[in-house]
Design a protein around this ligand. Structure first.
Ligand SMILES: [Zn+2]
Length: 202
């Protein structure tokens, strides 16, 4: 059962989803990329405050109405709103995007998220990009660029250069940058947490 195939609300499961405290919710139109990225950025900051991991947040949403792939002027169901849990779970793969994909799949009772859209506070790393492709998600919106992440000390350059050797991977989905005034807020929160000893340097 993918997102597009699920005619009902399909998100009524009440299980507790580790790493994602918020229950599935519907955001009425217009849910814009800006407003959804604000939620991803806020989630990233929440994860830092909780000392759960790096300063990254992600949402998986399913359009309820409006343009399915753009999210513009759409009503959307937020299936997962998650942050990086690498520290809390002692899991280097618990990136926000991966945690959000796992949560959305459990919530829908599916391993396919076709038709869903992922919003992430930062350009996805190669691991997350592959996870996104495996999930069936083909539209991604992000706030901070990989260059901004690198300047903040989160450099996946080693992996990104390896990915560039396979550019066809990036061509399999749409990665759209959205300028956001608070894009760097999670990095600043992380720096403050490190300076105060609440988190270790990445
Ligand atoms: Zn990642």
């Amino acid at each position: 059962m993918g997102c597009e195939e699920d005619g009902g609300d399909g998100i009524g499961r009440k299980e507790d989803f580790p790493g994602c405290g918020a229950a599935a919710s519907t955001i009425p139109a217009p849910a814009t990329p800006q407003s959804l990225l604000t939620l991803a950025i806020e989630e990233a900051c929440r994860g830092v405050q909780a000392a759960h991991g790096g300063p990254f947040g992600a949402l998986v949403v399913r359009p309820v109405s409006g343009a399915p792939s753009s999210g513009r002027d759409a009503e959307v169901a937020v299936l997962a709103q998650c942050h990086n849990e690498a520290v809390r779970q002692l899991d280097p793969t618990a990136h926000a995007e991966v945690v959000a994909i796992r949560t959305a799949c459990r919530r829908l009772g599916t391993r396919k998220l076709d038709g869903c859209v992922l919003y992430t506070s930062c350009y996805p790393c190669p691991m997350c990009l592959c996870a996104i492709l495996w999930s069936g998600i083909r539209h991604v919106y992000y706030a901070a660029t990989s260059a901004e992440a690198s300047r903040a000390g989160f450099d996946d350059g080693r992996f990104s250069s390896a990915l560039q050797a396979q550019p066809q991977l990036v061509q399999l989905c749409t990665l759209q940058h959205v300028e956001h005034a608070r894009a760097r807020a999670p990095f600043e929160a992380y720096r403050a947490a490190v300076n105060s000893g609440r988190l270790e340097p990445y």
